[in-house]
Write a protein that binds this ligand. Structure first.
Ligand SMILES: NC(=O)c1ccc[n+]([C@@H]2O[C@H](COP(=O)([O-])OP(=O)(O)OC[C@H]3O[C@@H](n4cnc5c(N)ncnc54)[C@H](OP(=O)(O)O)[C@@H]3O)[C@@H](O)[C@H]2O)c1
Length: 239
């Protein structure tokens, strides 16, 4: 049975992704930084007949927490087939780049960028043991520097500059990591799930978690002919 670890999977897009990966026959390690919320999520899935799911407590901003999660996973499985770096925060408003608080910018980077990098570093050993390792970095359309340069970066009223910068950095991480593993069995991509109704945006998003998770799942389950080092929604997004 293939295995997947999804960070921030106790709710939102991550939770729906966990559900869909389990329905596809993966054993799901459902990442949650809060044990109670994580257990509730596992129990909700279990009540709907999805049992191949186990909680892994992981806070992506804490190296100790990530190391503990890695040690725990090592006792449960010899290999990890898929890592989905989904945990993310929007940050506080206002965050326009000329005056937004540096503390907020750093906090957003801690989760959305450093969190994904340090999680990947801790799990890369287990991923290398998979026959078909896949990494999905859950990015955003707001990471597209092309869209921002064209004045099409953000159609909402609020500026999401800290968030956009952190996700652009996450995309750079995708490119660097895919470059390091080019010519190997790894497939590593950024996926923009689309503007989705979740707690992240006070449920103002216009798409459903099902639509968002479908995009993530597609790149988490790529075949060996699939792309690597790309940035996709339904089609490739300009960087
Ligand atoms: N919704 C959208 O429109 C949209 C659009 C583009 C991209 N995305 C991206 O999609 C991903 C999922 O977001 P969502 O919309 O599903 O938001 P959400 O419902 O707010 O879920 C975010 C998840 O991340 C977790 N999280 C936050 N900080 C964490 C940390 N330090 N360590 C571990 N987990 C942490 C949250 O845990 P708690 O419950 O403990 O807070 C929660 O499980 C994010 O990366 C987001 O940037 C979302």
């Amino acid at each position: 049975m293939k295995t997947v670890l999804i960070t921030g999977a106790n709710k939102g897009i991550g939770f729906e992704t966990a559900k869909e990966m389990a329905q596809l026959g993966y054993f799901v390690y459902l990442g949650s930084r809060d044990r109670t919320k994580g257990l509730d999520a596992v129990s909700t899935l279990s009540k709907s007949g999805i049992s191949d799911v186990e909680l892994i407590v992981i806070d992506v901003t804490s190296i100790d927490s990530i190391r503990n999660a890695r040690r725990e996973l090592e006792t449960k499985t010899d290999a990890l087939d898929v890592l989905i770096n989904n945990a993310g925060i929007a940050g506080e408003q206002p965050q326009n780049i000329s005056t937004g608080s540096i503390e907020n910018l750093r906090r957003v980077f801690e989760t959305n960028f450093f969190g994904a990098v340090q999680t990947t570093q801790q799990f890369i050993g287990l991923l290398k043991k998979s026959g078909e390792p896949r990494i999905v970095n859950v990015s955003s359309g707001l990471a597209s520097l092309t869209a921002h340069s064209n004045g099409k970066g953000n159609s909402n009223l609020e500026a999401y500059d800290a968030y956009s910068c952190s996700k652009a950095a996450l995309n750079a991480f995708t490119v660097m990591l895919a470059g390091e593993f080019r010519g190997t069995k790894f497939r590593i991509n950024s996926v923009g799930p689309g503007y989705t109704a979740t707690d992240l945006n006070g449920h103002k998003g216009t798409q459903t978690v099902e639509e968002a998770a479908r995009r993530v799942v597609k790149y988490a389950t790529l075949g060996s002919d699939g792309p690597t080092g790309g940035y996709f929604k339904d089609e490739a997004i300009p960087w």
